[in-house]
Design a protein around this ligand. Sequence first.
Ligand code: HEC
Length: 133
Amino acid sequence: MKTIHLFVIALSALLSALTPRVYAGTAAEQLAAYISLAGAPAQVARGQQLFTSRHGKEWSCSTCHTSAPSVDGKHASTGKVIAPLAPAFNPERFTDMAKTEKWFRRNCNDVMGRECSSSEKADVLAWLLTFKR
Ligand code: HEC
């Protein structure tokens, strides 16, 4: 009995330690996670606007990813090919939250000089999900 009790305490401590982090294995789940973190619905048009405009710096997202995320992009400085960002055209996209977060952090900093908010990430991902085969 006591062991079970301790186990339950340990389990709930573990779960609450994990709660702030979001685990999501599909693009739709990651979108749902960002929407819930943002506390507001995503807006596709705002996502497209963010992605295709410059924000006071040299690059926009589309500089490397193109403004059509269904096609290959090309890195602005290394020239390396970047596979499409739209999940319908690249099933590996948005399947690993750690990877998604890493690249949002790096790329938003490069393009906007700051990290993107959960709401901005939700907007961009909602827009990327509108691209269908
Ligand atoms: C200087 C070039 C460059 C710019 C500008 C850029 N990216 Fe990227 N992005 C990359 C590279 C390189 C990768 C990683 C390689 C890959 O995943 O194919 C990547 C990966 C990503 C991923 C990872 C998706 C996944 O889960 O696989 C997301 C999301 C992303 N970029 C969003 C953005 C957004 C949003 C912007 C604009 C704020 C942006 N990128 C601007 C080069 C760029």
